[in-house]
Design a protein around this ligand. Structure first.
Ligand code: BGC
Length: 751
């Protein structure tokens, strides 16, 4: 059985990774490493905390300060001489202490692959985006995802990632939805935790962002998110809490926005009360780029490191320490957290060495992960899988499907090998930062390779009438549609842009065997859903997206992914009527020099009020009884499954047992989902996901699964007691293959 990674499994993997720890090396950006005898902190058998304390005692005030800020933004003129000399070219660099063998921290954005590799004359694999990764509901796959990124970071000389976001999709028009893991805190937190474990095992510092409530991009540097503590703890913060649980060497990036009045990067409740005290987070907090707003307040609130420069944590911090406004003990704690994370991650004992990555091996992984993440949403009359022996012609239409597939933009953008496959519009356009980047993975070629004897045509889809004409004479039409997303902007709407709905409608009218493939980073509205036979959500599928898609369409791979986010029927059904826009004086620019800082300085706080509270995603639609297009947890397979024999055994830890059988004729993998409805007195949404199990099943095979539920996942956050609380009463457990298809149900009384 394909088990979700449980702590024990992770520990075994980490133990294997740790044997690298004793290798002799050069400290990156730091010169040769002093011998362990001269520097007792080089003794790897001491704890990271002991080692950090030893180093701390050796540091001058200037050295301490130097660890608490970056060396300048690579993109701006402010990059310091030190940064120029030693930075590996990533988004951020923190100097090392060469005389003590402490390496610099080389940070690269790496949400779905290592970024800026092209700029450095190197190459990285693009994985399917993070929302796609969450669609696999497979923690082993997520671990593999993180491990690949960790290996490729190291091969390019980086020892820290700036990737891995779990902001919940309470606003699915958020332009970074593709960088996050959907709408459920338990799914998002568990999946991102596994990604980070995979990175950690490769001896890089992993990072989680954007802490917290950075749920829209518009005016992100000035917006104030208003939300109650209970709602926040049970939704967005729970995702962070789960992901960070049991991580030894992570960093947390605080976000640009304000939360309940204070900027996230100087928010004592978020950084100290919750993260460092309640969750016992041992790592360090770094600000988002330009997200630091003060010295004394930020330091007291728990911000450890300013990025990317030193406006507040350079000379200003030194002065504040000398003036007694920042106590030395507070400064030392920041430094200790950075040093202990360097030791705990293995970057001191096992620094990265530039090397050539296993391109073919990593592409194979990218393809496998994409195959696990592509969701089959509709399959009328079993139009899929396609049978190359039975069809003679396919009309491929739209979205540059002859040469490429779309990727998500902004700081997460991975450079495509050979450059953007589709030339950006306009002369001398600003490159990948402002334009959609298409990866050279060709659906047309991949389909043709599967069916060499089938005549496959391509029509760009820019003229619906001509596209319909090409579809009319084909056995099957496959229309590719897309919606591009990037950091720094939000979608105006979930409607597909550029008249793509009309394109689908006209093609569907011309050919009853029409299949739509979506390349989106968020849900899309599909007014044509009932008019087409097949619908497949490919997300932004990465370097090998086309090959993965072709395997799904032709049935070499049986789809097994499920939606980590609800696809609504109408825009009006969303929690908010639209993304809240900043006041007009906002520059709202993102990529202009210092735009964020200017915007923050010039823009008064404006408000977003999340009064839907913890009713995020399916919890909202359930509570408001709104029908949806495709529910959370939904996804089809080429086989069928039957559920039976639910037995809930109450105890200290609730135990749930049930059986799933593959009742079809193909092998597949089913994600069995467990939801709970809490007692009415708890005042909770109608149901919440509490666990799941993804299991491979041969035709006719059945498996009985036993799941031990985590008490916290059945609890509520009691604001008065400032802690989690189990509410006594009647709990109903539901089990099935989607949040809206739950054939098994049992109610038990829990004390
Ligand atoms: C983004 C972060 C990113 C950083 C460095 C910021 O603008 O919000 O997610 O890690 O830039 O590139």
């Amino acid at each position: 059985m394909q088990k979700r990674i449980r702590q024990t499994g992770i520990h075994v993997l980490i133990a294997i990774g740790v044997c690298f720890a004793a290798l002799p090396t050069l400290a990156q950006g730091g010169g040769s490493k002093p011998a362990a005898s001269a520097n007792p902190w080089m003794n790897a058998s001491l704890s990271p905390d002991q080692r950090a304390d030893m180093v701390l005692k050796q540091l001058t005030l200037d050295e301490k300060i130097s660890l608490l800020h970056g060396t300048g933004d690579l993109d701006s003129a402010q990059l310091s001489a030190e940064g120029k000399a030693s930075s590996n070219g990533g988004a951020g660099y923190v100097v090392g202490i060469p005389r003590l063998g402490i390496p610099g921290i080389q940070m690269a954005d790496a949400a779905y692959g290592v970024t800026r590799s092209g700029v450095n004359g190197r190459y990285s694999t693009a994985l399917p985006d993070d929302l796609a990764a969450a669609s696999s509901w497979d923690t082993q796959a997520a671990y593999t995802y993180g491990a690949l990124i960790g290996r490729e970071l190291r091969a390019q000389g980086y020892n820290m990632t700036l990737g891995g976001g779990v902001n919940l999709a309470r606003e699915p028009r958020d332009g970074r939805t593709f960088e996050y893991m959907g709408e459920d805190p338990i799914l998002a937190g568990t999946m991102d935790g596994a990604v980070m474990q995979g990175m950690q095992a490769q001896h890089v510092i992993s990072d989680i962002k954007h802490y917290a409530m950075n749920d829209q991009e518009s005016g992100r540097t000035a917006i104030n998110a208003n939300i109650g503590k209970r709602a926040m703890r049970e939704s967005d913060l729970l995702a962070f809490e789960i992901a960070l649980h049991d991580l030894k060497s992570a960093a947390v990036m605080c976000s640009y926005n304000r939360v309940n009045g204070d900027y996230a990067c100087e928010n004592k409740y978020l950084l100290t009360d919750v993260l460092k005290k309640d969750w016992n987070f041992p790592g360090f907090v770094l600000s988002d780029w330009g997200g630091t707003h003060s010295t004394v307040k930020a330091s007291a609130a728990g911000l450890d490191n300013e990025e990317p420069g030193e406006i507040f944590y350079g000379a200003a911090l030194k002065q504040a320490v000398l003036a007694g406004k920042v106590p030395m003990s507070e400064l030392d704690e920041h430094v200790h957290r950075i040093l202990r994370t360097e030791f705990a991650s293995g970057i001191v004992d096992d620094p990265p060495k530039k090397s050539v990555i296993d391109v073919a091996g990593d592409l194979a992984i990218a393809q496998h992960l994409a195959e696990q993440s592509i969701v089959l949403l509709q399959n009328k009359n079993a139009i899929l899988p396609l049978d190359a022996a039975k069809i003679h012609s396919i009309a491929v239409i739209g979205a540059h499907a002859d040469i490429a597939m779309l990727s998500g933009g902004g700081s997460a953008q991975v450079d495509p090998p050979g450059g953007n496959a589709v030339a950006p519009p306009g002369k001398g356009a600003a490159g990948w930062k402002k334009n959609p980047v298409w990866f050279p993975t060709s659906p047309l070629k991949a389909l043709q390779a599967k069916a060499p004897n089938v005549k496959i045509s391509y029509n760009p889809g820019t003229d619906p009438a001509s596209a319909a004409a090409s579809a009319r004479t084909a056995d099957v039409a496959i229309v590719f549609v897309s919606q591009w997303e990037r950091e720094g902007m939000d979608l105006d709407s979930l409607t597909l842009p550029n008249h793509q709905d009309a394109l689908v409608q006209q093609v569907a009218a011309a050919n009853p065997h029409t299949i739509v493939v979506l390349e989106t980073g968020s849900p899309a509205l599909m007014p044509w859903a009932s008019q087409v036979s097949g619908i497949v959500e490919a997300w932004y599928p990465g370097s090998r997206g086309a090959e993965a898609l072709a395997n799904i369409l032709f049935g070499d791979v049986n789809p097994s992914a499920k939606l980590p986010i609800t696809f609504p029927l109408n825009e009006a059904d969303l929690q908010h009527s639209g993304v809240v826009k900043p006041p007009p004086q906002s520059t709202s620019g993102y990529w202009g020099a210092d735009a964020d800082k200017k915007e923050a300085a010039g823009l008064p706080a404006f408000q977003v009020t999340y009064d839907e509270g913890f009713l995020v995603g399916y919890k909202w639609y359930d509570a408001k009884k709104k029908p949806v297009l495709f529910p959370f947890g939904y996804g089809l397979s080429y086989t069928t499954y039957a559920y039976s024999g639910l037995k809930v055994t109450p105890g200290k830890i609730e135990k749930i047992r049930f059986t799933v059988k593959n009742t079809g004729s193909r092998a597949g993998a089913e994600i069995a989902e467990v939801y709970a409805a809490l007692p009415a007195s708890a005042g909770e949404p109608p149901k919440r996901l509490v666990d799941w199990n993804k299991m491979p099943l041969q035709p006719g095979e059945s498996r009985t699964v036993t799941i031990m539920l985590q008490p916290k996942y059945l609890s509520i956050f009691d604001e008065a007691k400032d802690g989690w609380q189990l509410v006594p009463g009647a709990y109903t457990f539901f089990v099935g293959g989607s949040s809206q298809d739950l054939p098994l149900q049992q109610t038990v009384n829990l004390k």
